[in-house]
Structures are given as C-alpha cells and as structure tokens.
Design a binder for this molecule. Structure first.
Ligand code: AMP
Ligand code: MN
Ligand code: MN
Ligand code: MN
Length: 293
C-alpha cells in the first residue's frame, strides 16, 4: 500500500514573525491533512524542539527547518534549510550572527518612520515580537495596521518598509556561501525559497542558481504560497535545468494575514525529485497513533 505524502516545508511561528505557536501550527498542519511538516522560522532554531515534539505527539512526520536571510547581488534572498541537526554549533552560531543586526536595524527603521510622522514604531513593533531577538518588518507591519496607517500588512509592504519606501533600511545579511555551508555542515539540504519573489534580471538569476549549486545547494521551492501556477512551472524547469530537488511550502504566517493556509498547496509536478527523498534518514517519524478501542 502506498500512502500519499502531503508535505508543507515552509512556515513561521511566534519564534520569528508568525502569530501561532509551534504547537498550534502542528495541530493546524495535521487537521489540514499534512503528513510531513517543517517549521522554518527566520534565522532561528528556537522553535525546533517544540515543533518536533508537537508533531510526534499527533502523528505528524517532521523535518527540522530554518529560513536564512542572505544578501546576494544587493537583494535579500531566503535560503531554507531542511533536515539538519538542530544542535549543530556552527549553524547555531551562524544564525546568531545573522540575527545580530536586527535590533539596530529596527531602531533605524523606526527613526525613518518617525521622520514622516509615524511615531513609536520600535516599541509598537516590539510588542508583536514573540522573540525580541527577532524583530522583523512583519512586526512593524502589524503595528502600522493596528494604528490605522494601513488596512492590512500587504498595503504596508506596498507603501512602506520596502526598497525606496519610508521605513526601508538597507541591511547586509549572511552570504550565500555561508548560509549553504552552515546548513550542509549540520547535515541538511539548502533550498532557494520562493524564487519568483526576487527582482533579478535573467543573468542575475542564472548567477544565483549557478553559485547556489556551486556552494552545494540542492533544492528549489517550486510550489509555494506566493507562486502562481505559471511561476511554479517556470521553476520546475529551473529545477530540471540545474539538477535541483523540488520543495513545497505554504510560507504560512498567520490565519489573519496569510493567503495560503498550511498544507493547502498544489502537488509538485511529477517529473521532479521531491526534496524529502534526499533526506530519508532525517525524517523524524511520528510513532503510530493507536486508535481507541
Ligand atoms: P525581515 O526579515 O525583517 O526583512 O522581514 C521579512 C518578512 O516580511 C518576510 O518574511 C515576510 O514575512 C514579510 N514580507 C516582506 N515583504 C513582504 C511583502 N511584499 N508582502 C507581505 N509580506 C512581506
Ligand atoms: Mn516572514
Ligand atoms: Mn521568505
Ligand atoms: Mn518564509
């Protein structure tokens, strides 16, 4: 008997910029029919033990996960790591260094917003950050919805906090090489997250995938909450062209904000190699739950 596998390998908890706990996400994934799950908080492993324990307790298979912020050719690129050892020291130290600049950046963002009359944004955003080590633009966006500056977080990112708009502060994250190396040293697989979201030229995108592969990257998110069907097909071709495995994940952050719910995703195109087939030894299999008699 084959049991079909429904994977969601990209989402966020209160440990980064999501609004649900790891336990609530595990329960939501399970009730939406997910059978293989990964929590991928930004630059943080603080939710991994909770997520793995919660998954095991409800019969959900689990892969460790993280989404690392990288600067490549002047843009922020996100690299998802899957199936690593969450106790690995060099990964942990690399992420700690990557998180390190966030507090100063948040103060600079708040100063920039104050110049256009939006006051108290640092304290306002911090209130939403479940983890003060990881204050993010999403927390600013929530504060700006709360105070009526915008009607939703999408409007915030259209009008503020992005390149050229008030509240945007240029920031240098990890290098592509370092992020991939940390993940690999910890025994995991590196994946280019939501590739259609970047604003690279064709040549720059070619450079991204060439360097990614050259540093030992092995996967690309073909199906994600922010890809259209056409974009998924386009990155299915990229996966084949570069010999990369394919990943899928909703990038779910919040029931009130996210347009794609956990696990509510189209299947990966059949001709691709699913990323979890590279990680059979890394899947934390949940004990079978016995039906009540
Ligand atoms: P940060 O790591 O602080 O730069 O924040 C990045 C996060 O902001 C992303 O992970 C998303 O959750 C959110 N975000 C960034 N750009 C947008 C956008 N255009 N629309 C909605 N959310 C966005
Ligand atoms: Mn996010
Ligand atoms: Mn991302
Ligand atoms: Mn994400």
């Amino acid at each position: 008997m084959t049991i079909s596998l429904k994977a969601d390998l990209h989402c966020h908890s209160i440990i980064s910029d999501g609004t649900l706990t790891p336990e609530a996400l595990a329960a939501r994934a399970k009730s939406n029919g997910v059978t293989l799950w990964a929590l991928t908080d930004h630059d943080e492993l603080g939710g991994q033990a909770r997520a793995a324990t919660a998954a095991a307790s409800i019969g959900l298979d689990y892969l460790t996960g993280v989404e690392i912020s990288v600067t490549f050719l002047g843009q922020t690129v996100h690299i998802v790591g899957l199936g690593f050892d969450a106790d690995n020291l060099s990964l942990w130290q690399g992420l700690q260094k990557t998180r390190g600049g966030r507090a100063q950046r948040a103060h600079d963002m708040a100063d920039d917003l104050a110049r256009i009359g939006i006051l108290g944004a640092f304290e306002g955003a911090l209130k939403y950050a479940g983890n003060h080590d990881l204050i993010s633009r999403t927390h600013f966006a929530r504060f700006m919805v709360e105070t009526g500056v915008c009607k939703d977080t999408y409007e915030v990112f259209r009008k503020y906090l992005t390149e050229g708009k008030p509240g945007y502060v240029e920031h240098r994250w990890a290098s592509l090489h370092d992020a991939i190396t940390w993940i690999r040293q910890a025994g995991g697989v590196a994946v280019v997250a939501h590739p259609a979201r970047y604003k690279f030229s064709t040549n720059e995108e070619f450079a991204l995938f060439t360097e990614f592969k050259g540093h030992g990257g092995q996967g690309v998110e073909v199906v994600t909450g922010s890809h259209s069907v056409a974009e998924s097909l386009s990155y299915a071709n990229t996966a084949l062209e570069f010999g990369l495995a394919a990943s899928c994940g909703s990038d779910f952050h919040s029931p009130d904000e996210s347009r794609t719910d956990l696990g509510v995703l189209p299947d990966l195109p059949a001709q691709l190699t699913p990323v979890w087939t590279l990680l059979p030894h890394r899947i934390l299999h949940a004990p079978a739950i016995q039906p009540c008699r």
